[in-house]
Design a protein around this ligand. Structure first.
Ligand code: AMP
Ligand code: ZN
Ligand code: FE
Ligand code: FE
Length: 289
């Protein structure tokens, strides 16, 4: 049983349609895949249909942009009710923040001499994206020949502290744990010690988050080295949290993050599904189990 609980489609910053992603997951030999686009559930229906015909089980999820003590933290939410009004309102606010900062980033790039950084040009690389992000701006910079790939775009222009970086709204993490749970969803913190979020979440912080409803920690992620993984595993064990693993696949948008490169143990997924049922989640696993 091979389970990959964190992937992105073109609905956010992956490079495959939800159908292509689900089919690729089946081809890669996965039994279960979670679609977790950034801050949006718009890919769920298409992915569900594709999962049914590809003979793979789909976990419907979201990777939510949150903030904890001023730092960005990504929160995976599994099987929440997409129609829950409180969750909807939070996601809409985050998506509005994503849209609002795009013109500001483009303006900065033009000020840096990249004349082709216009909204019209960006629209060509965000065709299907309902949740726009820095990776799309990175793709535009590649197209314009300003950088060679997404990584260089982040390093030169888009990472925090670089000249075209613009902040955006993110929901408060502790509040979001309650919102997700209230929507019948199961919250798991994504790559807590990965790029961008390292240093924010220590052992005490995890205890606070567990008390606020955090259900699991994504431990097996390429951003974590073996030493970090064993420390995170110990924290999860001490707090009774589930341990997950995933590829954080972005199609061709993220090098080495191939589908199934890291996986989640079946008993851990079982606990997530049981928790969703306990919370009265109206969404369950779709497709073959
Ligand atoms: P945003 O959501 O617009 O703030 O962009 C963050 C996303 O960009 C993350 O979810 C990653 O998928 C991607 N990302 C962050 N840092 C890098 C990097 N150095 N190289 C490539 N992609 C990155
Ligand atoms: Zn992403
Ligand atoms: Fe993330
Ligand atoms: Fe991700």
């Amino acid at each position: 049983m091979r389970i990959d609980l964190h992937t992105h489609s073109r609905v956010s910053d992956g490079t495959q349609s939800p159908t292509e992603l689900v089919r690729a997951a089946a081809t890669a030999g996965l039994d279960v895949v979670a679609l977790t686009d950034h801050d949006i559930t718009a890919g769920w229906d298409e992915a569900s249909t594709a999962a049914d015909s590809a003979g793979i089980a789909l976990v419907r999820g979201i990777e939510i942009s949150t903030r904890f003590h001023g730092r960005g933290v990504h929160l995976l939410a599994y099987l929440p009710d997409p129609g829950d009004p409180t969750l909807r309102a939070e996601l809409d606010r985050i998506l509005a923040g994503r849209d609002q900062r795009v013109p500001a980033m483009l303006e900065r790039l033009r000020a840096l001499g990249i004349d082709g950084a216009t909204e019209e040009a960006l629209a060509e690389v965000t065709v299907d994206a309902a949740a726009t992000g820095r990776p799309h701006v990175a793709d535009l910079l590649v197209r314009l020949g300003a950088v060679s790939d997404r990584d260089q775009a982040f390093a030169d222009y888009l990472a925090e502290g670089r000249p075209a970086y613009v902040d955006r709204y993110a929901a408060d993490l502790v509040r979001m744990l309650g919102v997700v749970t209230g929507a019948g969803g199961v919250p798991v913190v994504a790559h807590p010690w990965g790029r961008g979020s390292a240093g924010v979440l220590d052992e005490d912080a995890f205890a606070v988050l567990a008390a606020a409803g955090l259900f699991g920690i994504e431990v097996d992620h390429l951003d974590h080295d073996p030493a970090q993984r064993s420390r995170l595993r110990a924290i999860a064990a001490a707090l009774g949290l589930v341990v997950t693993g995933s590829s954080d696949h972005h199609g061709t948008g993220k090098v080495d993050h191939d589908l199934g490169v890291e996986t989640t143990a079946p008993d851990q997924l079982e606990r997530i599904l049981d928790r969703a049922a306990e919370l009265g989640s109206p969404t369950t696993l779709v497709g073959a189990a």
